[in-house]
Unconditional design. Structure first.
Lengths: 751, 125
């Protein structure tokens, strides 16, 4: 059973249940209403009937009562007055009765009653003496039922006359009197009666009077007023107006009477009201009067309710019709809504099932209509599914893009691997080629996920393979580089050997010379030069531009020019010598390209010592020569020009500084010494002043100890800082007896 | 324009009215470093400002850097001859005779610019 059928069934059962409940409650309400209206009808009829009877009784019968009656009538029953003759005698009626004079008594009664009877105020009047002898009887001309004065008429009190008389001893009595026709020809006459005694002055009862009024008139009037049919029931018998007029009772009325009587028998109750279903008539039964029991005498009232019942029936029917129509409408509406909703849900399910099978092409069917809206559950479900489908489509797009990118990636990877394979040889190449084709196979078959997985796997495999190969290649290259570096290093070491070989190996015998030569790298731009001739000695300390291999090249050129510029045959001043070197160097380095403004050349100083003259000459290019003699240290600065520089005029003449009778130690150095920097953040160069200070303060002024002192001072000064430049420090002194003596003397003085 | 200092090159700060060089100068390849600096200097000098102030505080420079400084001063000289009022302050520490002497050397080559040797208190820095 589908959910839709279940829902419809539940709604159907619900409506059925509601209908039953409504039906039951309406039936209950109806019955309660009937009970209430029975009660209502009983009370209304009874009070109307009783009040009618009472009014009639008071105005027509009670006027004759000796105590409560009208003054005129009451006076007739006064034993001491003569109301009849208006004499002062006693009441003639009482006398006549006492005298058993029936004729007189009758004529006197006639005076009282004939007019009221004529006027139909009362139906009859009967007078008896105390023994029960009828003294007088007169009845109306318009009688229904038996004539009370007829021979065959027998009032109901007649059979129990004694007790009837006794009942009057306490005064008048109101009662309902039935008068039967002993011959059975006339129907019983039912009368509202007043019975009163005739009493003498000593309260002795001498006779009695019964005045009555037939109630049929009242009943007729009542029936007319209330638009009803009526009947009088005496025990099991019934009397109707028709009986009195000797008419045929209508069949309908008979049926009603029978229904009423049988209801009384069945219920045992004689005061009731019910609707006789067959006749559409309300049958009510009330006691005839307050003085009688309903079981003895009662009035049956037949009230035609067919109109009311018809209206009720109609309204009930209308209610049922509306109910059923509404129920059907609701059912139909629910059916339509559920059917349309469930159809859409079924569509959605179908869509999902198709998506599950991988078919993303189907779009949700758009439902429109009165009963569907954008915000109802099914529409939201549909839009959610539509969103899901779009996401799936997007994902599919992404997947395709990814596949394309993967293919591109794979292609690039295979290309690179193929390239790598090209670089390999023999077995390795063969293996790699085979691997590539295996990888190609693995990424070109299977589902998308498998391809993706395979691609990643292949990529990592390829990566590790390539990284292996590449690292092998790198190892090989590194090996080559290391070998090349070793080769270069060994070349430079050999170059260093060569540069070393260019340094002077023998010193002039009359000189004490000590040198510290330290290129920053294995080779450098610094070089020193000593050339010993019989008459003179050349000493030069030179710092060529640059360091390392280019410095070393330049130093070789410089050295060859220092050599070449020597004019051994003639006197040559130090300045002239340096100028010649400058000229030669500029010639060598003269550039075809004038825009090349690089500054190849050298700074440095040259000394020429003429033995014979015992004279020392010095010339410097941005260089000084220091002299320490005894306690005093002096500095002689050269020109502030570099040798060979483009700024230099070719014919520049360097100044010659003459030192006559040189004494003490001389020091020449390159800026490798003075430019040693202190290790702090804003360093200060070692400088020439420190050199002078060391020279002044040294106790031992021999060249070796000077070099040692300056070097240890420089090393101390630079701390951890590395040398920045090549460095040359050369100290010399002349050895002759005099100088030796002077030096010793100076040392002695110093200590 | 600011050229940050490196281990072998000084800090150079150039504005349209001033130039500051501070630090050590001994790059492996002087022209590689000096060419952009000189080019920027040229740009800084080629405006209508009537004054240009140069502060140089060096602690060490090698011989190839000396060539750069010659070119640098030559540039300033040309500009000063063109009518710009250029002031050069050569700042050196009292105990740094090397830099003091270097400054004095350059002073000899400068005539059109106003050249001041300024001794600075190294301890305060």
């Amino acid at each position: 059973m589908t959910i839709k059928s279940k829902m419809l069934l539940i709604i159907l059962l619900g409506i059925g249940g509601l209908f039953m409940a409504n039906f039951y409650s309406s039936a209950q309400l109806n019955s309660a209403h009937k009970d209430y209206s029975s009660e209502e009808s009983l009370t209304a009829h009874a009070s109307a009937w009783f009040s009618n009877m009472d009014t009639q009784f008071v105005s027509n019968l009670l006027t004759f009562d000796p105590l409560d009656g009208s003054e005129r009538n009451a006076s007739f029953w006064d034993p001491d007055a003569d109301a009849f003759g208006d004499s002062d005698d006693a009441n003639p009626l009482f006398a006549a009765i006492s005298a058993k004079d029936a004729e007189t008594a009758a004529s006197l009664f006639e005076q009282v009653f004939s007019d009221p009877i004529m006027e139909e105020q009362i139906t009859f009047a009967i007078a008896y003496d105390k023994r029960g002898l009828q003294l007088y009887c007169e009845s109306s001309l318009y009688l229904v039922g038996v004539d009370p004065c007829a021979e065959t008429a027998q009032p109901d009190y007649f059979l129990k006359f004694g007790s009837f008389v006794n009942s009057l001893e306490n005064g008048s009595v109101r009662r309902v009197t039935k008068i039967n026709d002993l011959s059975g020809e006339q129907p019983v006459s039912i009368n509202d009666t007043l019975a009163f005694p005739l009493q003498t002055g000593d309260e002795r009862v001498i006779g009695m009077v019964v005045v009555g009024r037939n109630v049929i008139d009242s009943l007729e009037q009542f029936a007319e007023n209330f638009e009803i049919e009526s009947a009088i029931a005496i025990g099991d018998q019934a009397l109707t107006v028709h009986d009195y007029y000797e008419e045929e009772r209508p069949t309908e009325l008979n049926k009603l009477i029978r229904a009423g009587q049988s209801h009384a028998r069945e219920t045992g109750s004689f005061t009731y009201s019910f609707i006789a279903a067959g006749q559409n008539t309300r049958v009510s039964s009330i006691p005839f009067s307050k003085e009688v029991r309903a079981s003895d005498l009662r009035i049956l009232i037949f009230d035609d309710q067919s109109e009311l019942l018809a209206v009720l029936k109609k309204s009930e029917t209308t209610a049922y019709v509306i109910f059923v129509a509404l129920a059907l409408a609701i059912l139909a509406l629910v059916f339509v809504v559920t059917t349309s909703s469930f159809n859409r849900i079924l569509d959605a399910i179908h869509l999902l099932e198709r998506m599950g099978d991988g078919d993303l092409s189907a779009e949700a069917v758009k439902h429109s209509g009165l009963l569907s809206s954008k915000n109802d559950e099914v529409s939201r479900l549909q839009s959610a599914i539509e969103d899901y489908r779009n996401h799936r489509l997007e994902a599919e797009e992404h997947r395709k893009e990814r596949a394309i990118r993967r293919d591109e990636r794979d292609t690039i990877m295979f290309e690179k691997m193929a390239l790598l394979a090209e670089q390999l040889e023999g077995q390795a190449k063969h293996m790699l080629t085979q691997e590539i084709s295996a990888m190609r196979d693995s990424v070109s078959s299977g589902s998308d996920e498998e391809k993706e997985r395979a691609s990643i796997e292949v990529m990592s495999q390829a990566f590790s393979r390539m990284s292996d190969e590449v690292s092998t290649l790198i190892d090989a290259r590194t090996h080559e580089l290391v070998a090349a570096k070793d080769e270069i290093n060994s070349s430079i070491r050999y170059a260093a050997k060569l540069q070393n070989a260019l340094l002077p190996k023998t010193m002039p015998g009359d000189f004490d010379i000590n040198v510290e030569w330290r290129p920053r790298d294995l080779v450098g731009g610094d070089i020193y030069f000593i050339k010993d001739f019989p008459d003179r000695v050349y000493i030069a300390v030179v710092d060529c531009t640059g360091h390392g291999v280019p410095g070393a090249f330049l130093s070789i050129i410089a050295r060859s020019h220092l050599d070449k510029a020597i004019d051994a045959g003639n006197y040559q001043s130090a300045g002239g010598y340096l100028s010649s070197v400058n000229e030669l160097l500029k010639e060598t380095l003269s550039r075809s390209d004038q825009k090349n403004t690089s500054e190849e050349g050298f700074d440095g100083g040259v000394c020429i010592y003429y033995r014979k003259e015992h004279r020392l000459e010095f010339a410097g290019a941005k260089s000084s020569i220091f002299n320490v003699d005894g306690l005093e240290a002096t500095e002689t600065s050269g020109d502030r020009k570099s040798v060979g520089s483009t700024r230099m005029a070719t014919d520049f003449t360097f100044t010659t500084h003459e030192i006559e009778a040189p004494k003490g130690a001389f020091v020449m150095l390159t800026d490798g010494i003075t430019d040693v920097m202190s290790p702090e953040e804003k360093p200060i160069a070692f400088g020439r002043r420190r050199v002078l200070k060391i020279l002044t303060q040294s106790s031992d002024k021999t060249p070796s100890s000077i070099v040692k002192n300056i070097m240890s001072s420089v090393n101390l000064y630079r701390g951890d800082a590395p040398f920045r430049d090549d460095l040359t420090l050369l100290a010399f002194s002349l050895i002759d007896d005099d100088n030796e003596f002077h030096a010793a003397e100076a040392v002695g003085e110093d200590s | 324009m600011i050229y940050e200092a490196s281990q072998r090159t000084p800090l150079v700060e150039l504005t349209p009215t001033s130039c500051l060089i501070r630090g050590e100068c001994y790059p492996e390849n002087i022209s590689e470093w000096s060419e952009p600096v000189l080019k920027t200097l040229e740009e800084c000098l080629s405006n209508d400002n009537s004054e240009f102030k140069v502060d140089i505080e060096l602690y060490y420079f090698n011989s190839s850097s000396a060539k750069f400084l010659f070119d640098f001063f030559e540039f300033l000289e040309e500009s000063a001859e063109g009518g710009k009022a250029i002031t050069i302050n050569w700042r050196y520490r009292a105990e740094d005779d090397t830099m003091q002497e270097a400054g004095e050397d350059f002073e000899e080559d400068v005539s059109a610019c106003s050249y001041n040797m300024v001794q600075v208190e190294s301890l305060a820095e």
